[in-house]
Write a protein that binds this ligand. Structure first.
Ligand SMILES: Cc1cc2nc3c(=O)[nH]c(=O)nc-3n(C[C@H](O)[C@H](O)[C@H](O)COP(=O)(O)OP(=O)(O)OC[C@H]3O[C@@H](n4cnc5c(N)ncnc54)[C@H](O)[C@@H]3O)c2cc1C
Length: 369
């Protein structure tokens, strides 16, 4: 095995699989190590009686990156799906993001209208709460966002960075009800696992192997490039302390006899008396299944011990710890290590960004040969 044209990839999620794809296309021998006994990582869906559900959370592919879309849609068939989200405010089912025209049905409309007339010209990015309040006023924020955010993050919204509101919180007037505005959107006809498997078609895959830096002597040659897509605190055995994550747990329920039960794939629940944050009915993504009796609804509960969302505290201490781990990665002498993907970069990235990062990591490894 020549170290110059071989590589080790830690993690068989979308990022690692994309790097493996690109490197094997360039003649590399790639060995992928995955801690789970299956490939796919966080985007892996399940099926029950022909109906898809996503135990790790709803995943809609959307992108404006033409190259990424060409790659994924070449490997698997995507069903066209424009994602929509509803927010339940008491008995009202409103579009999310909120549309001004729908707000009139709220009992609080007079106050909301008054506050909207006097919102500042520039949003206040001091923290998540000030950002939202300056965008839509206090009443609307309290009704739709404050409790939802408190439930989702388990901490007061004023301790969260305004960065998580960017691209997530909007007040629209244009009657466009899709969540995303990307030109390319869809859900794979047979699920995301087929995509990951296709990306891994020419790689050697080792399942059920959790890798830390201590294992590199056993699984790699000195000087051989290694792509890390696991969290860096895991990879470095928590030597600098654990990074803070917020996880969710999804409870799935098969409901026989009915075709669809929700007004959209995702319904947000800002009511503080409801324990879950949202319900998800993935069947919405595949129109060809809509006529079939039987559906699956998942309730998403916050606070599970899983690495789903990095916590962007407004003081920035979590990001600082990640930077320290990145320095440790850069200083590692035996192998050139590259970090990519949502876990290793301690960031929320969409699937198209995971593919882009996977491609970039492969090009970086190819160029530094
Ligand atoms: C709740 C939720 C909903 C989301 N919804 C969307 C959406 O609608 N649209 C969208 O575009 N994106 C969405 N995303 C983002 C999407 O999940 C990520 O972009 C994608 O999963 C990134 O893939 P990855 O390979 O970087 O990470 P992962 O899928 O987490 O893959 C990492 C892999 O590494 C393995 N691993 C970890 N540690 C080790 C180790 N030490 N040794 C060996 N293997 C290891 C893991 O088991 C896993 O298989 C969502 C994310 C979350 C959290």
């Amino acid at each position: 095995m020549a170290a110059s044209n071989s590589c080790v990839v830690v993690g068989a999620g979308l990022t690692g699989a994309t790097t493996a794809w690109e490197l094997t296309r360039h003649g590399f021998r790639v060995r992928v190590y995955e801690q789970a006994n299956v490939v796919g990582g966080h985007i892996r869906p399940e099926w029950l009686r022909g109906i898809p559900y996503e135990p790790h959370g709803a995943h809609i592919f959307h992108t404006h990156d033409t190259e990424v879309w060409q790659l994924v849609s070449k490997l698997v068939d995507f069903a066209p799906y424009q994602h929509r989200v509803t927010i339940r405010v008491r008995s009202h089912e409103l579009s999310w993001p909120l549309q001004r025209s729908e707000l009139r049905q709220l009992e609080e409309w007079p106050e909301v209208q008054r506050e909207l007339a006097s919102i500042p010209r520039k949003v206040d990015s001091t923290n998540f709460e000030t950002y939202c309040q300056s965008l839509m006023g206090e009443t609307l924020y309290n009704l739709c966002i404050r409790n939802y955010t408190q439930k989702q993050w388990g901490r007061s919204p004023d301790t969260l960075s305004a960065s998580i509101a960017h691209n997530r919180v909007e007040l629209r007037s244009d009657e466009y009800r899709g969540l995303f505005r990307d030109p390319y959107q869809g859900w794979p006809e047979r699920g995301y696992t087929e995509l990951v498997e296709a990306l891994l078609e020419s790689s050697e895959i080792h399942l059920g192997q959790r890798i830390t830096y201590k294992d590199l002597e056993d699984i790699s040659l000195p000087g051989e490039p290694v792509l890390i897509t696991s969290a860096l605190d895991d990879f470095f055995c928590n030597e600098l302390g654990p990074l803070e994550w917020r996880g969710v747990r999804l409870d799935s329920q098969f409901i026989p006899g009915v075709k669809l039960v929700q007004p959209s794939m995702v319904v947000n629940e800002p009511d503080v008396g409801v324990q879950w944050t949202r319900t998800i009915e993935t069947k919405w993504a595949l129109e060809k299944l809509h006529h079939r009796p039987g559906t699956i609804v998942m309730r998403e509960y916050p606070g599970a011990a899983a690495k789903h969302y990095p916590v962007p505290d407004s003081a920035g201490s979590n990001k600082a710890l990640q930077v320290s781990y990145e320095a440790q990665l850069a200083a590692y002498a035996r192998n050139p290590l590259t970090a990519a993907g949502r876990l290793a970069t301690y960031s929320y990235i969409n699937m198209d960004q995971a593919v882009r990062q996977g491609l970039n990591a492969a090009h970086h490894i190819l160029e530094s040969r």
